[in-house]
Design a protein around this ligand. Structure first.
Ligand SMILES: Cc1ncc(COP(=O)(O)O)c(C=O)c1O
Length: 467
């Protein structure tokens, strides 16, 4: 049993047990436990991680992040969620450049994915815009300095206060989701004497698990025309475009092209039928993270080329908008974590990491691929599963391939930058420190004292002096 007075540092004592059978290194893992998520990283992919994520590499047996040895960034104590703004900026530049080859394009990053000012201000400085979905996010975008003309405001069921705030910034493009929101926007625009730029949100693809008739979002394809006509005839609204955000972790350019093609057709037929010319086509976000797309052989250039073909029939002169979240942020953060124990069950080894699902939601069985912090010749590699210590049957990554001394040195989990810190909850186990990599240093913005302060504010519970 672990002595509770011991520091929670990873120790050499925590090791994988010898596996009972031969462990395949093939990504097509035999008897894999995972049912959802991408194929498991192979050993060559782990060893050559820089080919997938150039800011990570191994030198002298150590994992480097942005060229800095992990040991110089992290003391091995509390887990750390470390954001890498340069990668987010590179992701933004890659998507912008790919689409700018064929389109007049703006990329407004969905800030709901990550609120860290260190990340957002780097993106803003690189020229990115912001997509916001609430009054809270509007305030965040303004504080970080995104100008209104580079802000796209989406949302459903806006409060009057939020709506009037948006209407007060005439440069902002406002997405309208449904008839009631249209009527309210019109009413408030008339009251304020403004004529806001709007776009109508539609659902162009057949229903899927997320955007079925059971989802509140987007206007059904059949009703879209009526809503567009209604918006176009309003003296108080400036109908400018069409919006869709329907893809969820799209990793296939053909699927993306279907969305683009449908949007193009609707925009063209609406204009031809005597409606307004819609000069903005907003294809939303919904793309898988960049490193996974590239791993699958579909770099973002393939999506841009697919959209060019799909939109070839739309008369020139329209502006394309993109609202990526996961693509920009997901692979721009890693979690460094110790392993506090192992669990052997049904002939499989589980590593129990210090970091919990209170910050890394288990969005698939293989959401956060683990890398060893230490690599050496002669290590024995084993299959194992990575989970946390919470009472939830959550998993961080199933069917990982790791050297058997990895638990003793700690792990780096990749793909941790999207929808993680923004959804962190004070539940179950400690939250990690949260830091931004700047000038070769991990600048900590949240630590245990921040967690205690959050406990105090949220629950009125003072933990100071306890432990
Ligand atoms: C309207 C809208 N745009 C963009 C995004 C970003 O999506 P993703 O992170 O999948 O790119 C979302 C996410 O929910 C959204 O609702």
């Amino acid at each position: 049993m672990t002595d509770i007075l011991e520091p929670s540092q990873p120790t050499e004592a925590v090791r994988l047990l010898p596996a009972s059978g031969a462990m395949p290194e093939d990504p097509a893992v035999s008897q894999a436990l995972a049912r959802t998520g991408p194929s498991a990283l192979s050993r060559p992919e782990v060893e050559n991680i820089d080919r997938l994520l150039p800011y990570l590499s191994y030198a002298d047996g150590q994992l480097l992040i942005g060229g800095i040895p992990t040991a110089d960034l992290w003391d091995g104590g509390r887990p750390m969620l470390l954001y890498v703004p340069e990668r987010a900026v590179d992701n933004y530049r890659s998507i912008h450049a790919a689409f700018a080859r064929y389109f007049d394009v703006s990329v407004c990053c969905a800030i709901k994915t990550c609120y860290l000012p260190g990340m957002l201000s780097a993106l803003r400085a690189a020229g990115a815009g912001a997509e916001i979905a609430s009054d809270l996010e509007w305030r965040i975008a303004r504080r970080v300095g995104f100008p209104p003309e580079r802000t796209v405001a989406n949302g459903v069921g806006r409060s009057a206060q939020h709506l009037e705030r948006l209407l007060g910034e005439e440069a902002t493009l406002i997405g309208i989701d449904g008839e009631e929101d249209l009527e309210r926007s019109e009413w408030h625009a008339r009251r304020l004497g403004v004529k806001p730029k709007i776009m109508i949100r539609v659902n162009p693809l057949p229903p899927d698990a997320f955007f079925s008739e059971r989802s509140k979002l987007g206007t059904e394809w059949d009703a879209a025309y009526g809503l567009l006509e209604r918006a176009a005839s309003s003296p108080h609204l400036d109908l400018r475009g069409l919006h869709a955000h329907q893809l969820v972790r799209c990793s296939n350019p053909e699927q993306f092209a279907r969305l683009a093609g449908q949007m193009g057709e609707l925009a063209s037929s609406f204009a031809t039928a005597g409606g307004t010319r819609l000069d903005i086509i907003d294809l939303g976000g919904g793309l898988e993270s960049r490193f996974l797309l590239e791993r699958d052989g579909y770099p973002i250039e393939a999506f841009a080329a697919a959209a060019r073909d799909a939109l070839a029939g739309v008369p020139d002169g329209f502006h394309l908008l993109l609202e990526p979240g996961r693509f920009i942020f997901s692979d721009a953060a890693v979690v460094l974590t110790g392993v506090r124990g192992t669990r052997r069950k049904a002939d499989a080894d589980w590593l129990i990491a210090d970091v919990g699902c209170n910050v890394l939601p288990p969005t698939s069985d293989r959401a956060y691929p683990p890398l060893p912090l230490h690599l050496a010749a002669g290590q024995n590699w084993q299959r194992c599963h990575v989970a946390d210590s919470t009472p939830q049957p959550s998993r961080l990554y199933l069917d990982a391939l790791l050297p058997d001394d990895a638990p003793g040195h700690g792990l780096a989990l990749i793909g941790c930058g999207a929808y993680t810190a923004v959804r962190a909850s004070l539940w179950g186990t400690d939250l990690p420190d949260i830091a931004v990599l700047r000038d070769g240093r991990a600048e900590v913005v949240f630590d245990r004292s921040g967690q205690d302060a959050a406990m105090r504010h949220l629950y009125g519970l003072d933990l100071e002096g306890i432990g």
